[in-house]
Ligand binder design. Structure first.
Ligand SMILES: [Zn+2]
Length: 382
């Protein structure tokens, strides 16, 4: 491990050029931008010692559009390897957009890393300042700031509008709080001998509030709707089960405690399955349990966990509604009763939701890995 321990008030940002850029004007602008970013942050947040570390990795050809995900992963690896607090990955290439027509940057507060494209920021003269303006906007997202009508958090409608501006006072306060919290509570590197769970728990305790804010920021309850194939897999399995007499027989006969246990186990299993199956926990394999990486893992795991709880709830409601409109007499006949009361319908709906969550986990693993990662890691496309 090459991680350095630096004083609490010290904030290090890696400025990683990820493409094989040869144009001396562009390289010069990148260098100037890194220095200007350091100066700007020092002026705006003098309570911290800022260091922007310039690094050139010739990983990609400087032509064609790049997928931001591998760039985020590259930045995260560099960040952890070098012990930086944040990483900004800069490329001259276009970025492949997902939802927007054009994207010039992708911040990921989960990874504490952002990607910047200089493709639409013009040439030489203003390039450096615009890059700094974009870097401030993306750092703002990494620090949990919302969009504002003025200052760096004003969404850049046009890439050429970007300039260096001051964060408004209320946002400065948020940033300072956030940075102090992170600095205060960063765990020491004495973790190797600790048990895995204890370490994750300590990492969570150390920073629980901002971890929870991050998790909720992903709106995990929308996850079932964002993962098309996962939801389709569950829907198919449920339609078959709702029309199968056996499923009714089992469903109405499991005691509530059994259903509760089943629900907890299914949600945990599904979360573990998607988490490991998607390599979401392996963003950076060889690094060990560093606190920052742990934090990222916890945020991703927590988001998936709440996503699975949401999936269970959605399936429960759907099963209950569908079961209520099935002819009561026929279904009651399947389970050897005269009439199905709502308690039995609830029982069965819970059983269906358990099966659905497990089926969904299988479907989720078929999902394009990039889809889920982008869903979890992108704060936005700038
Ligand atoms: Zn933004």
């Amino acid at each position: 491990m090459h991680t350095k321990i630096h004083p609490a008030s010290h904030v290090q940002i890696g400025w990683v050029i990820a493409a094989d850029v040869r144009d001396p004007h562009i390289l010069q602008a990148y260098k100037v931008a890194s220095e200007r970013l350091q100066t700007t942050l020092t002026e705006q947040f003098p309570q911290f010692v800022w260091e922007v570390v310039y690094v050139h990795r010739h990983r990609y050809a400087p032509k064609g559009a790049l997928n931001p995900l591998p760039l985020l992963e590259l930045g995260t690896q560099e960040k952890i390897h070098n012990g930086w607090d944040y990483a900004l990955v800069v490329v001259p290439n276009d970025l492949e957009p997902r939802d927007r027509i054009l994207t010039i940057g992708v911040p990921s507060s989960a990874l504490e890393t952002a990607v910047l494209s200089s493709a639409h920021l013009g040439h030489a003269g203003q390039l450096a300042d615009r890059l700094v303006g974009l870097a401030l906007h993306l750092l703002g997202h990494l620090w949990g700031l919302e969009h504002e009508t003025e200052g760096p958090m004003h969404p850049p409608e046009n890439p050429t509008d970007l300039t260096i501006t001051q964060f408004p006072a209320p946002q400065k306060t948020i940033v300072i709080d956030r940075l102090e919290e992170v600095a205060d509570k960063r765990l020491e590197e004495q973790s190797q001998q600790w048990h895995w769970i204890i370490f994750q728990w300590r990492a969570f305790r150390a920073d629980s509030r901002s971890i929870l804010v991050d998790i909720l920021g992903y709106s995990p309850w929308l996850l079932p709707f964002q993962m098309g194939r996962l939801t389709a897999a569950t829907a198919v399995s449920l339609v078959f089960l709702l029309l199968a007499a056996e499923s009714w027989e089992i469903g109405v006969n499991i005691p509530p405690t059994g259903l509760l246990m089943g629900t907890i186990i299914a949600i945990l299993l599904a979360t573990f399955f998607i988490f490991t199956g998607q390599n979401l926990g392996q963003i950076s394999r060889e690094i060990g349990w560093r606190e920052q990486l742990s934090r990222t893992r916890i945020v991703v795991f927590g988001t998936l966990l709440l996503g699975m709880v949401a999936l269970w709830f959605v399936l429960f409601v759907v099963s209950f509604l569908v079961a209520s409109i099935l002819p009561n007499g026929i279904v009651a006949g399947w389970v050897g009763q005269n009439k199905l009361d709502s308690r039995l319908l609830i029982n069965h709906a819970a059983f269906m939701a358990i099966i659905g969550v497990l089926a969904g986990a299988l479907g989720g693993n078929l999902e394009d890995e990039d889809e889920i990662k982008a869903e979890l890691f992108y704060d936005e496309e700038t």
